[in-house]
Design a protein around this ligand. Structure first.
Ligand code: PGA
Length: 258
């Protein structure tokens, strides 16, 4: 039985106090869920990371950072280095979220340096990829995803892939103005991603979890999670209340036969 992944990026929404309250409550609500079968993770804002790590057992809820610089130190005002993230205790680093790429102009080359640096520093790297509405219109989604994977994972050693996760988040599906991808469409794109990962890493590519994100909600979580190529759900708005996220996780798990 494949392991299922459920996680949330808290974006720029929760203060330190709100983050620790949320985590404490999510940990309590999900206490009985088998962590052998299900991996839960939350990605708070930088300022909350240290307190977040002190407030929750990462064997229950893995904690991650929303971004990271690819250098250990230097003239990079406003950036956070892998050494600083290690100090906070987080085990996961998200790289290339759609808002980093499209609001802050990050490139595949930069995402590649970050993935490589994150793996070298012992983190699990969660690389986010996704095509824009225009890419979809011209039916070049698969090509765009392949390019993001090939560039983003360039030079990555197959040994590091046991700490690599991928999130497929179509840009047009994310946030308040997003439309969720249909389960069929998401499954097709996940299939492309999995094929590309196998080409890049013939020995280990099949083990890399690929999560779907973009307007996941209680109405579509079940049909998404049962797709054969979808290993987990990466949830935004629908996860930011611990009780609602707990319900979504449980209904998805049930649909997946857990
Ligand atoms: P959303 O966010 O679920 O609110 O669309 C998803 C994301 O940005 O990861």
């Amino acid at each position: 039985m494949k392991k299922l992944y459920f996680g949330s990026n808290l974006k720029m929404y929760k203060t330190i106090r709100e983050t620790t309250e949320y985590l404490t409550s999510l940990a309590r609500l999900t206490e009985d869920i088998s962590r052998e079968e299900t991996e839960l993770f939350i990605i708070p804002s930088y300022t909350a990371l240290e307190r977040a790590c002190a407030s929750v057992d990462q064997n229950l809820i893995r904690l991650g950072a929303q971004n990271m610089c690819w250098e250990e130190q230097g003239q990079f005002t406003g950036e956070i280095s892998p050494l600083m993230l290690q100090e906070t205790g987080v085990r996961l680093v998200m790289i290339g979220h759609s808002e980093r790429r499209h609001v802050f102009g990050e490139t595949d080359e930069e995402e590649n340096k970050k993935v490589s640096c994150a793996l070298q520093h012992g983190f699990t790297a969660l690389l986010c990829i996704g095509e824009t509405a225009e890419d979809k219109k011209y039916a070049v989604g698969p090509e765009v995803l392949r390019m993001q994977l090939k560039k983003g994972l360039s030079g990555i050693d197959a040994d590091g892939t046991d700490r690599l996760w991928v999130a497929y988040e179509p840009v047009w599906s994310i946030g308040v103005n997003g439309t969720p991808a249909t389960a069929d469409y998401a499954e097709r794109m996940h299939g492309e991603i999995k094929r590309c990962l196998l080409e890049l890493f013939p020995e280990t590519g099949a083990q890399i979890p690929v999560l779907y994100g973009g307007s996941v909600n209680p109405g579509n979580a079940e049909e998404l999670i049962v797709q054969p190529s979808i290993d987990g759900l990466f949830v935004g708005r629908a996860a930011w209340q611990a009780d609602k996220f707990n319900e979504l996780i449980r209904s998805a798990q049930k649909a997946a036969g857990r």
